[in-house]
Design a protein around this ligand. Structure first.
Ligand code: ADP
Ligand code: MG
Length: 321
């Protein structure tokens, strides 16, 4: 049965010497979706992706890609997948274009279409200038993008990228994230990352993996909302201190606040909102209405660590009670 899902995983488990690297993972990815697997080192991201790409058998459970079983029908699966493993082994003694020709032929491309596709991915991955360079002489950032070009060359339905921005400089990271976004809709994309902002910026949905288990699967916005109560608001306001305190004491939705003097007339306000509230609009309106001066108004965003702390606490509370 394949009711439109590109990936369907059920009860996937992989044990190494009895220790589970992933433990009973079940999830689906719809066609055209960009999904991120987010988790710290050792969470089981690479193990999951290797199984889905047909390179590693699961200990138990099953997974299908485009309706094909990843293990018993791995040829059908691999034809539909562009997979960039972590620490992608490349042929260091080949030139970039030569390598992509070699890879494209392996994937069944040939003739004019193959040359067109190679020109296209060289351009897409910003490799055109080094097409004739030896891979062994290029930096990690280039090698990462060669792996990406390899994953894209046969225009696969499903693209699986294991930590695609690892080792890239900030400009390259931005370019690769944009490229991933552009792939969505037309392709289905599954990426792994240990960086929360990366998942937020590129993915429509995120699976949070922790010690081999899925803690949560939701949109980045909803995950942030879930831990939103931790999002402190900081404001730097020039105002009479007593009036400012009085205003903050009367402001709805404040769980806790602190005011400290800064330079000149400026005061630094740190506010902890009640769960799910954003205090910034009310603060801004107050400053405007009273003729005060505002020079900073920010809400700290939860980090990956905040999300883990929050979710593992939820789980412990559930288990306890
Ligand atoms: P991630 O990609 O999230 O960093 P991995 O999937 O690489 O996580 O690893 C998950 C867990 O499985 C880790 O505890 C790791 O040490 C273990 N593991 C991964 N590959 C092997 C292997 N070939 N042999 C033994 N243990 C492994
Ligand atoms: Mg990994």
């Amino acid at each position: 049965m394949n009711d439109g899902a590109m990936i369907e995983a059920s009860g996937l488990t992989k044990r190494y010497a009895g220790h589970p690297a992933i433990d009973d993972l079940s999830f689906t990815v719809a066609r055209g979706e960009i999904v991120g697997i987010l988790g710290p080192n050792g969470a089981g991201k690479s193990t999951t992706l290797r199984i889905l790409a047909g390179y590693l058998p699961a200990t138990s459970g099953f997974a299908r890609v485009a309706g094909f079983d990843v293990f018993s029908q791995s040829l059908e699966v691999r034809r539909r997948i562009g997979y960039m493993p972590e620490n992608n082994p490349l042929h260091l003694d080949l030139r970039v274009r030569e390598y992509l020709l070699f890879r494209a032929r392996l994937k069944g491309l040939g003739g004019r279409r193959m040359r067109e596709r190679i020109d296209c991915v060289l351009e897409q991955c910003d490799l055109a200038d080094v097409r004739h360079s030896m891979i062994g002489q290029l930096s990690l950032g280039y090698r990462q993008r060669i792996g990406l070009a390899d994953a894209l060359v046969h225009e696969p339905e499903l693209i699986i990228l294991d930590e695609p921005t690892l080792g890239l400089d900030p400009n390259q990271i931005r370019a690769v994230r944009q490229l991933i976004k552009d792939l969505g809709g037309y392709h289905t994309v599954l990426i792994s990352t240990h960086i929360l902002p990366e998942a937020e910026m590129t993915c429509q949905r995120v699976l949070i993996l922790h010690e081999g288990r899925i803690l949560a699967a939701d949109s980045p916005e909803n995950l942030q909302q879930h831990v939103g109560s931790r999002g402190q608001v900081t404001a730097e306001i020039a105002a009479p201190a007593a009036a400012l305190r009085e205003f903050l004491e009367g402001l709805d939705g404040v769980a806790h606040f602190n005011v400290a003097p800064l330079d000149g007339e400026f005061l630094r306000c740190a506010l902890t909102p009640l769960p799910g509230l954003d205090l910034r609009p009310a603060l801004f309106a107050a400053v405007r209405d009273r003729g005060w001066t505002l020079r900073e108004l920010t809400r700290s965003r939860p980090t990956l660590e905040d999300i883990f702390v929050h979710m593992t606490r939820d789980i412990q509370e559930e288990e306890a009670g």
